[in-house]
Structures are given as structure tokens and as C-alpha cells.
Design a binder for this molecule. Structure first.
Ligand code: PLP
Length: 426
């Protein structure tokens, strides 16, 4: 091992703390974490010079590949102008351009953009806007939120209150907002709609819930349910936005326009942290008037010009390279390739796909799940590294969610690596 790799690992183990990571196993002397140093296209390199396919698009963020000169060029050009200016009381050119682009691009009816920093804050913004809107429009009793069982909407306290994955959120219940959880639109009927501010959902597919698609038509049904009762609909497109499901936004596939559309991850093509919450002009109107009506929310880096420049470059690439029209062929190839690699494999319980998202769930051949102690998903994903493939499983579901720029032969290559890894471990 190179000297600087050893030093980085030692500094990490002795001083850093990683998210969602049991630190004892991380700092175990036998565990040698990868130190990632470089990216180009769908490939990443570690500090020892080994090359890997970025099979989960660097935690579901990357769109056009790493080191794309159009995105890095836009970031560098912005840095040469100014890295950051306050958005509290000032505008900046890239944020103005981006707000206009997002309004033009998003479903008709979403006319206002509020910037923030990450997926969790995009949700926080929607939640606070939903509550303050009710206060300012004479419905103060509508403070309730409803989310779906096993949902994931982020980790800040408000967003975590809407999280339904118990191992992440149970300890913090009661500290944030108290939300109700349902499994289906039909279950909403059992709740008091008059006290509801909004329902929140990950459209088309739940990500952290091991990549589980919703039944077709469900989103439209939910929109109709909300409309009939004056309840707002918050769509969390933090994972699904920017082409991931085959259309620019997942909600387009069921012709649904939400009241709040939450975007992050792919907004900047996955290059820098940035988020946006889009909403309707009618909601914005309730915040007009004097200081008492203003929306008191914001962060130091709101509308950071570098983030906005990256996001504009991302959208330019979608147009220039006709990314969306290239997706159907890739999605079909992914489908066929998943079937070819896994349909006869006794350890593969189910393959789930939505656009360029795939989850490969592993179980015993008799259909019984593995015990968490067996850490099968983790062991297979680590074995896949040996075949040059990087991804993070969710329990025993392997995740394949590459940059959208992936070539057909690279899809093949990545699934082949998973297939070999399953063969080695099981
Ligand atoms: N919403 C969804 C659907 C997500 O998948 C995530 C992150 O994975 C988030 C929200 C939170 O985003 P962030 O990690 O940027 O706060």
C-alpha cells in the first residue's frame, strides 16, 4: 500500500466519523477502506490506482459521469467570478437563470423556486411552507403530515419525522413533527383529512426501501385523493428527479403536478450540494405582504452560485446531448440484461427496476430472507469490488443505479461483476 493511502486511512480512522456506519467495524484494523481519488465518466479510481464502475452514481447523485468538462468548466468559470455571495437580500446571476430554467422545465403550475442545500432541506422547506401556508390562509388546524411506511425523506429532524424506515428513525420519534404513516392511498381514508397539511411520497419508487416501485397509477390516485380534500401533495424527487426514471421528473409519467416538488442529488449532475423546492404561485401568494408573512427559512449557502452554475451546466447537457431521448434504449437494455444475468439464479429472489434504477434482492433459494448477521448484501457488494464494481447495498438488495451516461457495454460489465460476486459468496 502506498504511504499516502496508509496515512489517509489512519487519519480517517482516528479522527473522522462516517454516516450510517458502525464505527467499530470501520475502525477494525483488518478493515481497509477504499480511498477514492479520481473520477472520469462512469469510472472511479482509488488511491492505489484501481479502477471501479460507479454502480450507484456516488450515492444516486451523478448524471453525466465524473469529470465532465462542461460541468467542471462551468464550476471553474463561476469560481473565477465569485465562489459565494449571500442570497439574503441579494440576487445572483446563476440563481436567477436557474430559477427560470427550473420553472420552464418542471410540470406546468410550478412557478416558484426556493433553493437550499440537500435533499433533506428540500423536504424541510416543503414542510415549513405547507404549515405556514395554512397559518396564513385561515386553516391553522391543518398541521398534520402523512407519509408512507418505509419512506425515506432525509435526516434533518423534520424530514426524519416523515421517515418510515424504523432502524433510522425510531429513536428520534416525537422530537420532530408527528406524522401518520400509511401503506396505500386507501388507508388514508382512515385519517382525519381536515387536520392534514400535506401528504409526502417518493413518486414511482421508494429508494431506501430496497428499491420498491409503487403500483402503476398510484400517484395519480394519490393526487386525486389530495385534491378532493384540499390536502397538499409533496413529491420527493430527490432520487427520481433528472431523468432517473426515464423522464425528467417521475411525476410526468402519471401526469401529476404536485404542490411541492423537492429536488437535490442530480440537480447539479451530482457535482456539488444544492437543492430546490418548487411550488405553485398560489402558495407563494400567501407569503406576500409584510414581514409577518415572510418565509423565515434559509441557510448561509442558499443559492450558492457555484451550485447554480453546475445545475445550469447539467440542464444544458440534458438538452445538448439529448439525454432523455437516449434513455429508453438504456432502460430496455438494463431490463434485458438483468433478466439474462439473474432470472435463473436461485439466490436472486426478485429483481426490481424503475428506469435506470435496479434492486436485486438476495434470499435463500426457498425464499426465506437472510438474517441481518449474515450481512449477505454487504459481503456480495464487497466481493463485487474485487471485480471492479462499487455500490452500496440496502440490506440484502444489491443496488445498480449508475450515472445516466453509462454505455450499454458498461451496464453489461457492471451486472456481470454482481453476478460473479453472488457466485463467490453464496
Ligand atoms: N429523499 C430521498 C428520496 C432520498 O433518497 C434522499 C437521500 O438518499 C433524501 C431525501 C435526502 O437527501 P440528502 O441525503 O441529500 O439530504
Amino acid at each position: 500500500m502506498r504511504g499516502d493511502t496508509r496515512q489517509w486511512i489512519e487519519s480517517d480512522k482516528s479522527c473522522a466519523w462516517h454516516p450510517f456506519t458502525p464505527q467499530d467495524s470501520w475502525t477494525d484494523p483488518s478493515h481497509e477502506p477504499l480511498v477514492l481519488v479520481k473520477g472520469e465518466g462512469v469510472w472511479l479510481w482509488d488511491s492505489e490506482g484501481r479502477k471501479y464502475l460507479d454502480g450507484n452514481a456516488s450515492i444516486w447523485t451523478n448524471i453525466h459521469g465524473h469529470g465532465h468538462p462542461h460541468v467542471t468548466g462551468a464550476i471553474k468559470a463561476q469560481l473565477d467570478e465569485v465562489a459565494h455571495t449571500s442570497y439574503l437580500g441579494f440576487a445572483n446571476p446563476r440563481a436567477s437563470e436557474l430559477a427560470e430554467r427550473l420553472v420552464g422545465l418542471s410540470p406546468d403550475g410550478l412557478d416558484r423556486v426556493f433553493f437550499s442545500d440537500n435533499g433533506s432541506t428540500a423536504i424541510e422547506v416543503a414542510m415549513k411552507m405547507a404549515v405556514q401556508y395554512r397559518l396564513q390562509t385561515g386553516e391553522p388546524e391543518r398541521t398534520g403530515f402523512v407519509a408512507f411506511t418505509n419512506a425515506y425523506h432525509g435526516d434533518t429532524m423534520g424530514a426524519a419525522s416523515l421517515g418510515g424506515v424504523s432502524r433510522f428513525f425510531e429513536r428520534f420519534r416525537g422530537l420532530g413533527v408527528t406524522a401518520d404513516f400509511v401503506r396505500s392511498v386507501a388507508e388514508l381514508d382512515a385519517l382525519d383529512a381536515d387536520g392534514m397539511a400535506a401528504v409526502v411520497i417518493e413518486p414511482l419508487i421508494q429508494g431506501v426501501n430496497e428499491m420498491r416501485p409503487w403500483p402503476a397509477g398510484m400517484l395519480g390516485e394519490l393526487r386525486a385523493w389530495c385534491d378532493a380534500r384540499g390536502v397538499h401533495l409533496i413529491l420527493d424527487e430527490v432520487m427520481t428527479g433528472f431523468g432517473r426514471t426515464g423522464t425528467m421528473f417521475a411525476c410526468e409519467q402519471e401526469s401529476v403536478v404536485p404542490d411541492f416538488l423537492c429536488l437535490a442529488k442530480g440537480l447539479t449532475a451530482g457535482y456539488v450540494p444544492m437543492a430546490a423546492t418548487l411550488t405553485r404561485e398560489e402558495i407563494y401568494d400567501a407569503f406576500r405582504g409584510g414581514p409577518e408573512n415572510a418565509f423565515y427559512y434559509g441557510h448561509s449557502f442558499t443559492a450558492n452560485p457555484v451550485g447554480c452554475a453546475a445545475a445550469l451546466a447539467n440542464l444544458e447537457l440534458f438538452e445538448r446531448d439529448e439525454v432523455l431521448s437516449g434513455l429508453p434504449a438504456k432502460i430496455t437494455h438494463l431490463k434485458n440484461s438483468l433478466a439474462a444475468h439473474f432470472s435463473g439464479n436461485p439466490w436472486v429472489h426478485e429483481v426490481r427496476q424503475c428506469g435506470m434504477i435496479a434492486g436485486i434482492e438476495l434470499r435463500h433459494p426457498d425464499g426465506v430472507g437472510f438474517s441481518p448477521d449474515e450481512r449477505v448484501g454487504e459481503r456480495v457488494s464487497i466481493a463485487a469490488r474485487g471485480h471492479g464494481m462499487l455500490s452500496r447495498p440496502i440490506r440484502d438488495t444489491l443496488v445498480f443505479l449508475p450515472p445516466l451516461s453509462i454505455a450499454l457495454e458498461e451496464i453489461e460489465w457492471g451486472l456481470e461483476a454482481f453476478s460473479k460476486a453472488i457466485g463467490e459468496v453464496l
